[in-house]
Design a protein around this ligand. Structure first.
Ligand SMILES: [Zn+2]
Length: 350
């Protein structure tokens, strides 16, 4: 008989978009119910480029939490061509900023202010390396000449390899990897190397790019980096379920109002904060590796970021339920991934 429940140490989400204002207030409770902590992405409008802005954002998140929540937002800064080394020191000294996010300019939602050329950030990256501030990387090149399905692989060759050669002690999280090449690159980081890790989303573990086109165009499966071929999905599942501590959980849950997803030019992002653990459990069960969910979800990420593992536990039960058709999101509806479809696992009380 198949396993009916699984109890794991309380997990964390190492890559999350919360937005701001009323929209953030609508969604933050979902994450707080699922996770003890989350690395909160800084791509607001305007982006969170200073420690002062990150700390103010943190206060807004804490104020928006449901009363019963025990949740700690882990803040990040948005790297620009102009981020000063002093800002990195301020961030480190705050004790509340845990990473700096690299968006190549134009790579994804609200990334127009991103880095145009890494060379412009050299002194800032040196400081990050010196003080031990991790760099979180959206690993895609943005030049129009590169096919959208190849942008991650080209980023490794053009940006990541030279970056790591120049800053061998800089701690880097290769975010939401989507290809077998990225898996291989992280694995090839050999020996005493504990400077490179990767996060994996639930949707990239569960779906290949066919999901975007099944019976028509499916905007709620459109995210960046875009879903890839089935052979890549299998490589991601293999990495996530391998027990290799360099691969850990990051949902990249990214809420967009329904009107901006079901639109002529649909925004990139899947909303999974509602049922993230349930989706990951499904992917691990499908691989016959539920026993490895705990390391991936609750241990390896904290270890990489040098934070204590959480106390307490959560239980997932095999108890099918139907994901809602939509959720409130400020004054608009938000469509979660797999809206209206059956989810096999359920977090918490049944
Ligand atoms: Zn993201």
């Amino acid at each position: 008989m198949s396993q009916q429940s699984i109890t794991i140490r309380r997990p964390d989400d190492w890559h999350l978009h919360l937005r701001d204002g009323a929209q953030m207030q609508s969604v933050v409770g979902h994450t707080a119910r699922q996770f003890a902590r989350a690395i909160v992405m800084p791509n607001l409008k305007p982006p969170v480029t200073t420690t002062a802005a990150a700390l103010a954002y943190r206060e807004r998140i804490l104020a928006a939490l449901p009363e019963s929540a025990h949740f700690e937002p882990l803040m990040t800064l948005y790297l620009t061509d102009d981020t000063a080394p002093d800002e990195i020191r301020r961030a480190k000294d705050s004790g509340l900023v845990h990473g700096v996010k690299l968006y190549p300019a134009g790579a994804t939602t609200n990334s127009a202010a991103g880095v145009t050329d890494l060379k412009r950030c050299w002194r800032t990256l040196e400081t990050m390396q010196a003080v031990g501030m991790p760099l979180e990387v959206h690993g895609e090149v943005t030049h129009a000449a590169v096919d959208i399905f190849d942008r991650e692989q080209v980023f490794i060759d053009e940006q990541l390899i030279p970056l790591r050669a120049a800053f061998p002690a800089l701690r880097i999280v290769f975010e939401h990897i989507t290809t077998s090449q990225a898996v291989q690159y992280v694995r090839d980081c050999s020996g005493a190397c504990n400077t490179l890790a990767a996060t994996l989303t639930a949707h990239h573990l569960l779906f290949s790019r066919n999901a975007i086109f099944t019976g028509g165009l499916r905007p709620h499966f459109y995210c960046l980096p875009v879903l890839k071929r089935e052979n890549h999905r299998r490589a991601l599942v293999e990495a996530a379920t391998s027990g290799d501590p360099r691969f850990f959980l990051g949902t990249d849950s990214a809420p967009h109002a329904r009107s901006t997803k079901e639109a002529e030019c649909c925004g990139a992002g899947c909303y999974t904060a509602l049922h993230a653990l349930e989706l990951y459990a499904q992917a691990f069960e499908d691989a016959g590796r539920l026993d490895r969910l705990e390391g991936f979800a609750s241990e390896f990420g904290a270890d990489f970021y040098g934070l204590p593992r959480n106390q307490g536990s959560v239980t997932l039960t095999r108890s099918p339920w139907t994901a809602p058709a939509s959720l409130p999101f400020g004054d608009e509806p938000l469509v979660p991934l797999l809206a209206g479809q059956q989810i096999n696992w359920r977090l918490g009380q049944v």
